[in-house]
Design a protein around this ligand. Structure first.
Ligand SMILES: [Zn+2]
Length: 311
């Protein structure tokens, strides 16, 4: 399995266009040692030819153009090696990129029934995806369930890869009507995904509001885990004057503190732990900071755009 990080920042990217925090200003004027980052986007390929996207970031068009493996195949008037998109939430930052994929192209879209309903009933702009012939094909992800994905026409052949969905206790985005939000089951709002092929696996959860045994066990038994690295501390947005909510109220467990991710992830796990979805206010983005050093000392890595490896 090939895995490519096309984007590693939280919503807004790094630097964020209207942000003058220490990090964003420092990146612009060169006073901190940090890499710019586009908004979180992962791609993986089970065979080196067909690629799947995890989420669809607002930066998706430029991220596709920056990765030659996602170019249209030669010899056809149009086409794409992108076979499908797995949606893990209905947040703007994880679905907006679908609008970049609207040019009469068919592919599979994997999502929970509630995320499908959100995009299909309250956001008619996504109907542009159905103009392709055949239209985009929706596939259902059931939290707690496992989906077998098979290349080729032979239903008796072994699956090419498996995808497990794990419910996270996230909430639906603010843009949903109160009526729809009340009618949707909470376990379908935000999910973690785990992909397995030939005994190797990776886990992807760029957003979780709490640490629960259920997903932690799955993450800690995967070869690689991409984990929510959004905020360093619970009061980060308040302290930087960038917001009025804590990290947890925003749906993200902070990295630091006794109940933070760095301390809570099982220390005896052999999993390669990679932080992703880094908010531009996170002091760990500054590679000369004590927070950056603390992340590395805790055995974690920080994803950067362009990071790539094979499992
Ligand atoms: Zn900033």
């Amino acid at each position: 399995m090939r895995i490519k990080v096309l984007g590693s920042a939280a919503g807004g990217g790094f630097p964020q266009w209207n942000c003058a925090c220490r990090n964003c200003a420092g990146l612009r004027n060169g006073s901190i040692h940090a890499m710019p980052r586009t908004q979180t986007q992962l791609a993986f390929s089970p065979d080196g030819v067909v690629w799947f996207l995890l989420g669809a970031s607002p930066d998706l068009r430029s991220q596709i153009l920056a990765f030659p493996e996602l170019m249209p195949p030669a010899g056809e008037p149009s086409g794409t090696p992108i076979g499908g998109v797995f949606l893990y939430s209905a947040d703007v930052d994880s679905v907006m990129g679908l609008l970049h994929l609207r040019e009469f192209q068919s592919f599979f879209l994997f999502a929970t029934p509630s995320i499908q309903k959100t995009l299909q009933t309250e956001n008619r702009v996504f109907d542009v995806l159905h103009r392709a012939d055949p239209p985009v094909q929706w596939q259902t992800l059931s939290p707690g369930g496992r989906l077998a994905c098979r290349f080729g026409e032979d239903p008796s052949s072994p699956p090419t890869f498996l995808c497990s969905s794990i419910a996270l206790s996230g909430s639906y985005p603010d843009y949903l009507s109160t009526e729809l939000r009340r009618s949707l089951p909470s376990q379908e709002a935000v999910i973690a995904l785990r992909f397995e092929q030939s005994g190797k696996s990776f886990f992807f959860a760029p957003s979780f509001p709490e640490i629960s045994g259920e997903w932690l066990k799955v993450a800690a038994s995967s070869n690689v885990a991409f984990l929510d690295g959004t905020f360093w501390s619970d009061d980060e947005l308040l302290a930087t004057g960038r917001g009025h909510k804590t990290s947890r109220e925003m749906g993200h467990v902070p990295l630091s503190g006794r109940d933070g991710l760095l301390a809570q992830f099982p220390s005896d796990s052999a999993t390669r732990k990679i932080l992703i979805h880094m908010n531009n206010t996170n002091p760990a983005l500054d590679e000369n900071s004590a927070e950056h050093r603390a992340v590395l000392d805790a055995g974690f890595e920080i994803a950067g755009d362009g990071m790539e490896f094979t499992l």
